[in-house]
Structures are given as C-alpha cells and as structure tokens.
Design a protein around this ligand. Structure first.
Ligand code: ATP
Length: 303
C-alpha cells in the first residue's frame, strides 16, 4: 500500500461486542484529494474516521495514513495531521487569536496565526472571546485549530453541522483554499450538496460497507444515461392515461409526475406525442440528471 496515497484501507473491520460497525471497508485517498465519506446515521463513518485518526483500535484489516499505521503513529506522525473534534475543546475565556497561538505551540512548524484566522474567515473576530462567538464561528475556530499545525492531511467529521447557509458557503471556500494549498481533506457529511461541491471523490457507506465510490458527478449505476423528467399532468388527464411504454419508474404526487428513465430521449418522444393529444404542452416540464442525493437515497434506502 505504500506509495502516493495519503490514506490506504484494506478490509477494515471494527466490532463493538456483537455489533459489527465496519464490515470490510476498502478506501484509497490520493494526496491532495478532497474525499467525502457519506452514509446514514450509524453507517460506520465516525468509527472509520476515528480509526484513521489513531483514536480507536480496529478489529481487523490494514490501514495506512501518511505511510504509517495509525495504531502505531507517534507524535511526529500526529503533527502532520489536523483533526476537528466533534465536541469542541475550546476555552470560553480565551480569544480566537490566543486559542490558535496556544495550539500552535504544540506543533514543530505551525502556520502563522493570522494566516489561519484569515483562512477560516474570522478576521473580524480575532480578538473576541470564544464564549461570545456563535456556534458556527466557534466551529470555524475548531477548524482553525486543525489547520494551525500546517497539516498534510485534515479530517473533518461533519464540519458544517449547525452552520447557517452563508457560513456553510464560506466554509466551502476554506476547503477550496486547502485544496489550493495541496492539503488532503477527508470529510464526512450528511449534506449531499456539500459533497457535490467539495469532493473530488466520495464513498457511500451503508451498514459498515462501501456501496458506491467515485466522483460525485458520476456515482450510481447507469447515471450517465439516466434522467429525471418531471411535469404537471394536463387538465382533464390522469396519471393512468400516460402511455404504457414510457419505461423507467413513474411516481405521482398530486398532479406532478416524476419519471426516472434510462432512455429519456425515447420517453420524451412518447410523452410529446401523448401531450399533443392533451393540449400540446406539459406544464413545468424539467429534464435533469439524477442528483447525488437521488443516487444516495437509492443506494442507502431501506432494502
Ligand atoms: P452518524 O452519521 O450518526 O454520526 P456514523 O456513520 O458515524 O453515524 P458510527 O458512529 O461509526 O456511525 O456508528 C456505527 C455503529 O457502531 C452504530 O451502530 C453505533 O451504534 C455503533 N457504535 C459506535 N460507537 C460505539 C461504541 N463505542 N460502542 C458500541 N457501539 C458503538
């Protein structure tokens, strides 16, 4: 597994007593890549991340992070990695600047505190006490703490949970900045738009196993051909009147029809002929590719 990879995982298994939380996961993350691990609650994401961070022992499998087994990683290895803990470890009485200064002292070659403050967009709050920051701003301090050591690899476990939409967008900019610096980012998130916007590659886990992996725009079986067609039924027609040969899967919600098809051009042709007999136009017609969220829900939905 040694090579250019930042992270290599083979056959990772983690059992908590009778619970098998991770059941043979393989992952490869290249250096400089932004990688997102997606999956429903309890899928095994945090367990996997904590094993990669060296905070949790594994039951089986091989793991290398920056060329080192995390179970054996020492201080020098740890200083090359940035971690945002899920429950913050900031002191309310300290300012943003002092907090980062304090953390910088733990690392052999830290980034300049002002650079990190700018990177996480807290310039105006640099001298504010942590206790006076909003939840989203405090989270950004925590991200800053992960970046202060100038890490080669950063782990971000649900970094934007609790952010307002603007803070999330700003945070996406922070990740973009890290990408430009060549930092490898391993993130978990429940937000599909976030994975779509940030990640070079994603892996979807379900019940402790990877069920799909690839660039967010390409994931999902047949996604290249598939399309989602939506429209509102013309007055005087019923869903049961739709042509039988549309193919794909049709869902009706009120008068709105959603058709998932792997042969959308043919389906549109049939729909056009049908629509001509019902007034000519299909109101609110859209044709789009399945989103990452559609693919995610399909892959992680109940069997
Ligand atoms: P979420 O999206 O809710 O954060 P997750 O994908 O991060 O979920 P994990 O926290 O890794 O999931 O949990 C995976 C499974 O392992 C769950 O069934 C959970 O109950 C179980 N689990 C996690 N930690 C422990 C523990 N310390 N002891 C026992 N079982 C655990």
């Amino acid at each position: 597994m040694v090579g250019e990879s930042a992270i290599g995982v083979r056959g990772l298994v983690k059992r908590y007593g009778a619970v098998e939380a991770v059941r043979g996961i393989d992952l490869e993350v290249a250096r400089g890549e932004v990688f997102a691990l997606l999956g429903p609650n309890g899928a095994g994401k945090t367990t996997t991340v904590e094993i990669l961070e060296g905070y949790r022992p594994r039951t089986g499998g091989e793991v290398e992070v920056l060329g080192v087994d995390p179970g054996l990683g020492g201080r020098a290895w740890r200083s090359r990695i940035g971690i945002v803990l899920q429950s913050g470890e900031t002191t309310r009485e300290l300012t943003v600047r002092d907090t980062l200064r304090l953390w910088a002292a733990y690392y052999p070659a830290p980034r300049a505190v002002t650079d990190v403050i700018d990177l996480v967009g807290l310039g105006e709050k640099a001298d504010a006490r942590i206790g006076r920051l909003s939840g989203g701003q405090r989270r950004r301090v925590e991200v800053g703490m992960a970046l202060i050591g100038n890490p080669e690899l950063v782990f971000l476990d649900e970094p934007t949970t609790g952010f307002d939409p603007e803070a999330r967008r700003q945070f996406w900019g922070v990740i973009g900045g890290l990408r430009d610096l060549g930092t490898t980012v391993f993130l978990t998130t429940h937000y599909m738009d976030e994975a779509q916007a940030l990640a070079d590659r994603v892996a979807i886990v379900k019940d402790g196993q990877v069920v799909a992996e690839g660039p967010p725009g390409e994931l999902g079986p047949g996604r290249d051909q598939a399309a989602v067609i939506t429209f509102v039924l013309p007055d005087g027609s019923q869903a049961s009147d739709l042509p039988a040969g549309l193919g794909g899967e049709t869902a009706v919600n009120g008068r709105r029809v959603t058709l998932r098809s792997e042969r959308p051009t043919a389906a549109l042709g049939e729909l056009a002929v049908w629509a001509a007999r019902h007034g000519g136009e299909l109101a609110q017609l859209t044709v789009s590719r399945p989103s990452l969220e559609d693919v995610y829900l399909e892959l992680t939905g109940a069997p």
